[in-house]
Design a protein around this ligand. Structure first.
Ligand code: GAR
Length: 210
């Protein structure tokens, strides 16, 4: 049975979706630990309610990204983790850290990558006049939001959409999509080879459309 760590910074609604999924697929994997870089993150309560171990590593207590990431890595590796799941984890990770978990770390990002890496993706999509928006789930590589995309879910941007309404629509799709990708990984169907994502025997030249 696989063991995953979920890293959060805030509300943790994606964490909740994964908790709910895990409870339906307890034979496949367990959530060994939830880690937050912010002590106030609501997701910590979600983990506690589900009787999952939670730890805070507060980034403000570290002098450098290197020191923070080293502590994070030590904690994760002491839990024999097969997969690290970034779920609204809002810290940029060092190259060493991303290399250490290469092929074993996933991120969810609220845009149709390669569009809109970084922050404020919903506002940027609206301001650009985009007709569609969505989310991407990708393997984490040293390049920020640049790792091979596994899956994308798209939605139409309507004339009356705001950043808030888009965020809500993206969230709803995220909660369906992320558990699916986690499931593929823990079923040994998903891997990273030669900087490409592979699902079953297929190299994903384009992301799976959800
Ligand atoms: C999600 O929309 C996720 O895509 C985004 O943060 C939100 C977290 O929500 N992630 C990023 O922006 C990563 N750069 P949650 O805490 O309710 O899961």
């Amino acid at each position: 049975k696989k063991r995953i760590a979920v890293l959060i910074s805030g509300n943790g609604s994606n964490l909740q979706a994964i908790i709910d999924h895990q409870q339906q697929h307890a034979e496949l994997y367990e959530i060994a630990i939830v880690i937050s870089n912010r002590p106030q993150a609501f997701g910590l309560k979600r983990a506690a309610d589900a009787h999952i171990e939670q730890k805070v590593i507060d980034h403000t207590e570290f002098d450098s990204r290197e020191a923070f990431d080293a502590e994070l890595q030590k904690l994760i590796d002491s839990h024999q983790i097969d997969l690290v799941v970034l779920a609204g984890f809002m810290r940029i990770l060092t190259q060493d850290f991303t290399r250490h978990y290469l092929g074993r770390m996933l991120n969810i990002h609220p845009s149709l990558l390669p569009k809109y890496t970084g922050l404020n993706t919903h506002t940027r999509a609206i301001e650009a006049g985009d007709k569609e928006h969505g989310l991407s789930i990708h393997f984490v590589t040293p390049e920020l939001d640049g790792g091979p995309v596994i899956l994308q879910a798209k939605l139409e941007i309507g004339a009356d959409d705001s950043a808030d309404s888009l965020a809500e629509k993206v969230h709803r799709l995220e909660h369906l999509a992320y558990p699916q990708v986690v499931q593929w990984f823990v079923e040994d169907r998903l891997s990273l080879k030669d900087n490409h994502a592979w699902l079953d025997q297929n190299c994903l030249q384009t992301p799976v459309e959800f």
